[in-house]
Design a protein around this ligand. Structure first.
Ligand code: NAP
Length: 431
């Protein structure tokens, strides 16, 4: 009998789950729960901040002028390219359109229950088998609550919605504008101001650059290596913030001070799965979800999987593999190691990270390690590996981005063969 799979969220990861599950109707029946009225997750831009029209926290962290920082050639799902007439670095509207086209191409809408919020997910064990009790409510009529049982759950709710704001001494002294990048929409409110942007991740870099076009001065405050790219003259770098010394004075760790009108925290996000009950046995910390085998499958409840937990990756290609890996576990074409062995591997991966100097909240950061991870996922899932061209194209774009933050989006790329790509007209081969 076909396995009933609850998919939580209709963003890129949830759509990918629906696409692969629905392709095998004799084996899987997906039900996708989406709390808004459309697909796309974080790619659905809204001017609103705080709560949406239904009183739920705004999910998206998209800002008005966002263009992708990876080319569409490495962003695309391997089985569904972006429109070839688009430039490599697309706008958030174009990514949303791409996800809508993917939805329609694979006829996924019929599997999605829109405006439906997942309230609880609970394992029910009996007769040697675990089923999942999923309770959902209607967003428009919250008293309409239903509970359904599933054979498996794929958690695809994204992890860029719950802002992380570091604790900084005397932060409450500060009387200027203070906000997290989750609530940043456009540079206009910062016109003529002296602004501190905290954090040099992709949000911090993008926002510092666009705010610098209208602000008097922008200080990018971070503890990473200095950004080496040429920057606008009114955008400088300093260390992290040490404390707030007065209603306007920001003191940096290196002793510098700035009389600031605004502080924008681009300090990242925390994982959040409010619907998972204690019985699920998932430990959720700021930057770690455990115990997940290969960052996907719960080691005790192997019918509970998480798609898209990793950071610093090419998202859609990775979701494509993670979903097929989770499905190989469900259809038992992949025989997992014992729970003890999987737990050991999860802990080994985590301790190796800590020993190598990575921060505890970088438990799912992959970066350059994503490529060997992808090869392994494809092998375990028994599916086609990713094109080797992605690896070398991704590396080349990252290198160009690091030295030319203001101009890297002017380049255009194309994948020319299984292992080759070209930039404008230069053909590059991957060994
Ligand atoms: P992020 O990648 O988690 O970066 C947050 C940064 O803030 C990290 O470098 C972090 O350093 C730093 N930070 C944290 N606390 C700090 C403190 N007290 N002082 C100084 N720095 C601090 O989050 P994000 O930049 O919001 O990006 C989230 C996701 O959205 C990423 O996947 C990103 O690629 C994506 N994104 C894409 C675009 C685009 O396509 N154009 C734009 C923006 C974001 P540690 O890690 O060392 O703690």
């Amino acid at each position: 009998m076909a396995r009933r799979v609850a998919v939580i969220g209709a963003g890129a990861a949830g759509l990918c789950a629906a696409r692969h599950l629905s392709a095998r109707p004799d084996q899987f029946v997906p039900t996708v729960y989406e709390q808004t009225d459309r697909v796309g997750g974080t790619w659905v831009y809204t001017d609103r901040v705080g709560t949406d029209e239904h009183g739920l926290p705004v999910h998206s962290s998209m800002y008005k002028n966002l263009r992708t920082n990876l080319p569409k050639e490495v962003m695309a799902f391997p089985d569904f390219p972006f429109d070839s007439s688009l430039p490599s670095f697309v706008t958030h509207q174009e990514v949303l359109k791409y996800l809508e086209d993917y939805t329609d191409h694979f006829q996924l809408r019929k599997h999605i229950q829109f405006l439906t919020k997942v309230d609880t997910v609970k394992p029910v064990t009996g007769a040697g088998q675990t089923l999942w009790e999923v309770t959902v409510s209607s967003v428009e009529e919250p008293e309409k609550i239903t509970t359904q049982q599933f054979d498996a759950v794929m958690v695809c709710n994204g992890h860029f919605s719950e802002p992380y704001i570091p604790e900084i001494p005397q932060a409450s002294y500060f009387r200027g504008i203070s906000l997290h990048s989750h609530d940043y929409r456009s540079p206009t409110p910062f016109t003529g101001m002296d602004v501190v942007v905290v954090g040099a991740g992709n949000s911090g870099l993008d926002i510092a650059l666009e705010v610098s076009k209208v602000a008097r001065r922008v200080v990018l405050s971070h503890d990473k290596e200095l950004v080496v790219s040429k920057l606008p003259r009114n955008l400088t770098q300093s260390t992290g913030i040490k404390s707030f010394r007065s209603p306007r004075t920001v003191e940096f760790k290196n002793g510098e001070e700035l009389n600031a009108d605004a502080v924008i925290y681009c300090t990242g996000y925390s994982y959040s799965f409010p619907f998972l009950t204690r019985e699920c046995g998932v430990c959720v910390e700021r930057g770690r979800v455990s115990p997940l085998y290969k960052h996907v499958v719960h080691t005790t409840h192997t019918t509970l999987s998480f798609i898209g937990v990793c950071n610093k990756i090419c998202p859609c290609p990775q979701f494509h593999l993670q979903v097929q890996f989770a499905m190989a576990v469900l259809d038992r074409s992949l025989v997992l190691p014992s729970k003890e062995e999987m737990d050991k591997e999860v802990e080994r991966d985590y301790s190796e990270r800590l020993e190598s100097g990575m921060a505890p909240h970088h438990a799912h950061v992959l970066g350059n390690k994503q490529w060997e991870y992808h090869v392994e996922l494809a092998r375990l899932a028994g599916c086609q590996p990713l094109s080797k061209a992605l690896h070398s194209l991704h590396a080349s774009v990252l290198s160009e981005r690091s030295t030319d933050l203001c101009g890297f989006r002017n380049s255009n790329y194309s994948i020319t063969g299984p292992d080759t790509w070209c930039k404008e007209s230069v053909l590059i081969e991957q060994d």
